[in-house]
Design a protein around this ligand. Sequence first.
Ligand code: HEM
Length: 435
Amino acid sequence: MPPSESATRLPPGPDTAVTLGIDPETLETLTYLQREYGDMVGMTKPSGRLTYFINDPAEVRRILVRRHVRYQKGPGFERVKMLLGNGLIVSDGDAWRRSRTMIQPAFKVQNVHRLIGVMIGCSDRRAVAWAAAAERGDTVNITEETNEFALELILISIFGDDYENRFMKEGDNPFAFLSKDSTRDLSVVMKVRALRNLVLEIIEERRSRNEESLDFLSMYMRATDKNGEPFSDEELLDEVMTLVVAGFETSANTLNWVWYVISGHPDIEQSLIDEAGRWVPTVDAVTAENLTEMRYTQQVLEETLRLYPPVWLFTRRSIEEDELEQYDVPPGTDIYLSPYILHRSEHIWPNANDFDPDRFALVEGKPRKDRPYFPFSLGPRRCLGEYFSFLEMKVHLGLLLPRFRMQRVEDDDPGLELAINLRSKRDILLKPSVR
Ligand code: HEM
């Protein structure tokens, strides 16, 4: 038990202080604590701060949905803030509410549907590279490929024609390091700062041209709050940089794992190919309606996100008193929530470590809502890009899988790299052959 304040009711937990971060040791520690003490664990950190690890589905939901105003973002987000500024992912309170209201319309389904052509173009460019690799008998590094696919897609979605005119003209995409270098430390902070200057130039140039386009940057530039005020330049830059990073790493990592899983499950691979053949046999058939019909692909993606949720750990800090189960949550308590651990808890998901897309099959025509699952978080801070990401991943798989057989060249498990995002520890290499 942590040292208890007189009347505070605390969940069971270890007597000694526990160090937690966003790293592999933290996954081991939290897994051990859950096994030892159950789904509600109380502890203190070396700083003396009261900390809870919560794996109880109803309480996770309560924190993220009904009681979300009692919590703000917790430890770990200061690193993201250093990198991206105070954009949607890290902002809290009134600043977050204002930005979310201004940005949300850009993510309406009809706006996302306008990007299907860009998703097709980005998939086609991968097809050209893979066909060339197949011809040479080379392997492709699917980790790099999915990174490049998702980064190019989000950059074109944000910057429209400026992607080609400003970033690619000089030959070298200045954002490319984001997809090649997975570190997010101080050296990257400096490079990201340089990108902000470039984005500011584009913003100023667009203002002088007074042209309206339909990409995310233009929509963000036109957005106004309830007093009719637009974002300041600083706010706009924070939101654009947030969108670049939030919009590509997560989808890229999911696709990386999907390719890895498919290459080990020929039956699942065949069902995906059959479905793509039914709904997207040609590029012209890649429409929002047909993509919605690709239920099995959706199930495979959902199952991948269950086993490999890119945001494997979230944190919150209570700003008001709360009560969870029979325990008190004093203001200032750090809360750790882990989709990775919850999605792999045997008592919640039987045979949790098996990859089985049928878990997500519709029941009476509807998705099951009775099992705890939160790769995109829950409640008002739920991911804004969820629909965008499913669409991009379906286009990518629907167009590439029927064209290429991708074989594993290494038998060992690629392992987990547990940073802000859950990546594969080593890059995954696959050998393409044209079907
Ligand atoms: C498989 C893909 C993705 C996953 C698993 C994912 C997951 C998440 C999660 C868990 C959060 C909440 C984090 C927290 O509250 O602590 C989040 C927030 C967010 N995501 Fe995603 N994301 C994905 C793709 C995307 C894409 C493609 C975009 C943009 C195009 C995007 C934009 C955002 C934004 C703007 C937020 C902040 C929302 C807010 O706080 O109001 N995400 N995402």
